[in-house]
Write a protein that binds this ligand. Structure first.
Ligand SMILES: CC/C=C\CC(=O)SCCNC(=O)CCNC(=O)[C@H](O)C(C)(C)COP(=O)(O)OP(=O)(O)OC[C@H]1O[C@@H](n2cnc3c(N)ncnc32)[C@H](O)[C@@H]1OP(=O)(O)O
Length: 723
């Protein structure tokens, strides 16, 4: 796993552990052996460590963290000490990325050079730990405290030029990295090494440590609310300036061990692999990412220039994919084109794009008022409002207008893809591409296959998701798919809690303390109370009943209409300055609890004869989350989602479920399925008029086992395959 090559008087140690040269046990062994062998060879005058393939090194092998038997000697710090104590200069030659333990290997070396396109960073915090192989003690000795605290606590990667500026690199190279490393090595042969050993030098700005720490701590607490690891990162860097090198390193080891065993790190490591597993789609017929080729998509159409259509068009043109935006009303089309230009101006302002790049995006965007203009595109995404008849009409027309190979996608957030596909003669080429609002910001794309969607169509939209930078998950069609179907139960319970004793701010506060970025009522104000109202009206209309603020039950199902009362008062949320909260027009980001809303809720309860009482935070969490969890198990049982990880990724990226709590399925696994099942049964008995409390069969089966079944085996219990 580490190739040992002698090249004239140099020993080249090439880390060879595809795909990303993680520092697995054999790599660590190979590095120690290589350094020892080179030092024992009189012909060798210097040593170069390099990575084979596309990257220098991605850091420690994260899979080993959950398997303590794999963390065998030599551990990374002892590998590092062998490198640092080498009597011959060791140069790390970085290309691609040097991350985490990979950057630590470089910091153990006496010299570091990198290609100008290389990036370095300490992403450990993103998996809930800190750079525990002396990274927090070594980096400040090169870059100073403030920069080290920021880089380590944020997990951000920096480019080679910045790394050079902050003393991390000794040279940025423009030529072949290996050749440049060999030249560099020849120049440093014979130079004294002690001043190059970071363990022997001091932190220059150590006297400022307390002031630097306080500033960084205040920022970190605000930016990474609820997360433990960023604070530990700062503490460990602070130690580097307050203690001897060895003491600070020992303390770093204690801190990483504590973090590694904690819930947040276990959840974040799970999230790292869950996100990657989402792209590995598989259909029940056996077709999968491994055996199905996507079609080429070189041109697209987007139908509807409203909020969703414009946002989707931005995603496509930003990735260099030409778009024809179709809107039948010329004024609406013009407004849509202006919205798109405005969104891109925002990116230019934030320096995420240059004015030249914006111009290029706008060049590949064309407007049209008729579907006929889509005759030649490879893929169309329909983004009109949520109405099945309208969508069926559009798809029937597209089927006539578009070339036979064109894929027809719907941005529906709830409707059955089969019902849309049956309006065409190409149901195999019809698929759901459900973007989350605002589409140009939210990273999630929920792709939805129907009973006739072909594997090639699925492969193509999954690949499209990757191209436009989305985290893309594949699910099977059903009402609301995975995202909205399971989230609806969460929202319904939040509304019922209002009728039973809570105010919006009580519920938001508890769920934010749990880790949600925003509570459900703040989210509702942001997305618009009118949007929720319209959806509820459509659903009621389709089911043939009239929904009023007096409605409490339909078809034996409990309904809450408090939000509809706010709609009728014109309180649509932030857009009208009032919703579940009130907003000062000069500070729309700060929701203020409103006594008028409390009055509306109390009136509603009085009119309906509902008794109110104090509801403890634990019940708020259980009611919202376990209702959703139960539905998630049903989704798994019906194979709407193939694996629990897919559901968790949807909740993280679609509904800001805290990554450090894993997702509803991971959360349930940690609470224990027996306990979850017990509470679901308890609430089912208490609330017989909410079908989302009917316990899922799969949950019951899993909970009935005497030992907890690991998440990776839940699938095996679907369809009665295991009892
Ligand atoms: C004592 C402790 C000392 C040190 C602590 C550490 O070093 S912790 C590890 C710190 N490093 C990281 O967190 C890096 C994580 N990896 C990445 O950011 C990206 O994978 C990377 C390296 C930028 C490459 O990105 P790319 O998009 O090209 O590939 P992808 O992410 O899909 O990864 C490819 C497969 O490699 C697996 N993988 C990546 N990094 C690691 C790792 N450090 N350990 C184990 N496995 C890793 C990844 O899961 C993919 O495999 P798959 O089977 O598809 O899941």
């Amino acid at each position: 796993m580490v190739d040992y090559i002698i090249d004239q008087n140099l020993a080249i140690l090439a880390v060879n552990n595809p795909p990303v040269n993680a520092l697995s046990h054999h790599v660590r062994e190979g590095l120690v052996e290589g350094i020892k062998k080179a030092n024992a060879n009189d012909q060798v005058t210097a040593i170069v460590i390099i990575g084979k393939g596309k990257i220098f090194c991605s850091g420690a092998d994260i899979r080993e963290f959950s398997n303590h038997a794999a963390i065998k000697d030599p551990v990374l710090t002892s590998v590092g000490h062998t490198i640092e104590n080498s009597g011959k200069p060791v140069i790390s030659a970085i290309h691609g990325n040097a991350l985490g333990g990979g950057l630590e290997v470089a910091l153990f070396c006496h010299y570091r050079i990198a290609s100008e396109s290389a990036r370095v960073g300490f992403p450990e915090v993103l998996i809930g730990i800190l750079p525990g192989a002396e990274g927090t003690v070594r980096l400040p000795r090169l870059s100073g405290l403030s920069f080290a605290m920021d880089m380590i606590a944020s997990g951000k990667q920096i480019n080679a030029k910045d790394a050079f500026k902050h003393g991390i690199l000794d040279k940025v190279c423009t030529g072949n990295i290996l050749e440049e490393a060999k030249d560099f090595a020849k120049k440093v042969i014979g130079q004294p090494l002690d001043s190059r050993r970071l363990s022997r030098i001091n932190v220059e700005d150590a006297s400022n440590v307390d002031a630097v720490f306080e500033v960084a701590l205040a920022q970190v607490k605000k930016k990474y609310k609820g997360q433990i690891a960023p604070i530990y990162c700062l503490k460990s860097v602070r130690n580097s300036a307050k203690m001897s090198f060895d003491k600070a390193a020992a303390e770093e080891r204690r801190l990483i061990t504590e973090l590694m065993l904690g819930y947040q790190s276990i959840a974040l490591r799970y999230s790292f692999f869950a996100e990657r597993s989402a792209s590995k789609w598989r259909l029940p017929c056996g077709a999968s990412v491994n055996n199905t080729k996507p079609s080429k998509i070189e041109s697209t159409g987007v139908i509807g220039a409203g909020t969703m259509g414009s946002g989707i068009a931005v995603c496509l043109i930003r990735a260099g994919i030409p778009v024809i935006l179709v809107e039948k009303d010329p004024k609406m089309l013009e407004k849509g084109m202006e919205t798109i230009s405005g969104i891109l101006d925002g990116s230019v302002k934030l320096k995420r794009m240059t004015p030249g790049q914006k111009a290029k995006c706008m060049e590949i965007l064309k407007g049209a008022t008729s579907l006929d203009k889509l005759s030649n595109v490879d893929l169309v995404i329909e983004a009109v409002y949520e109405n099945l008849e309208l969508k069926r009409q559009i798809f029937a027309q597209l089927d006539k207008v578009c070339k036979p190979s064109t894929l027809l996608c719907s941005n529906t957030s709830t409707l059955d893809i089969d019902k849309i596909a049956s309006a065409t003669n190409r149901p195999d080429k019809v698929v759901g591409t459900h973007f989350f609002a605002p589409a140009f910001i939210m990273r999630l794309l929920e792709n939805v296959y129907g009973s006739k969607t072909s594997p090639t169509t699925v492969a193509t939209v999954m690949e499209l998701g990757r191209r436009i930078g989305k985290v893309t998950v594949l699910v099977k069609t059903c009402y609301g798919f995975v995202g909205n179907r399971t989230h609806q139960c969460f929202g319904a319970e939040a509304s019922f809690l209002l009728e039973e004793g809570c105010l919006p701010q009580d519920i938001d506060q508890v769920l934010e303390e749990f880790g949600m970025a925003m509570g459900p009522f703040k989210v509702s104000d942001l997305s618009g109370i009118d949007v929720g109202w319209r959806i509820r009206q459509e659903v009621a209309k389709a089911a043939g009943f009239k929904l009023t603020t007096e409605t409490r039950y339909h078809n034996g199902e409990r309904i809450s209409t408090v939000g509809d009362s706010l709609f009728e008062m014109g309180r649509y949320g932030i857009k009208t300055g009032k919703g579940w909260y009130k907003y000062d027009p000069t500070n729309l980001r700060k929701p203020v609890p409103d006594s008028d809303v409390a009055d509306v809720i109390l009136d509603h309860c009085a009119k309906m004869g509902l008794q109110r009482c104090k509801i403890p935070p634990q019940e708020i969490i259980e009611r919202c989350l376990f209702a959703a969890v139960n539905e998630c198990f049903r989704v798994l049982e019906e194979r709407v989602a193939e694996k629990p990880e897919d559901i968790d990724v949807i909740w993280q990226y679609g509904f800001s479920f805290p990554r450090y709590a894993g997702g509803p399925m991971f959360y349930a696994s940690q609470v224990g399925l027996k306990r979850v099942y017990e509470r679901v049964c308890f609430y089912h008995e208490k609330f017989p008029y909410s079908s989302h409390w009917i316990p899922s069969d799969l949950l019951r089966k899993l909970a009935s086992h005497s030992v907890e079944i690991p998440m990776s085996q839940w699938k095996e219990f679907v369809n009665g395959s295991k009892l």
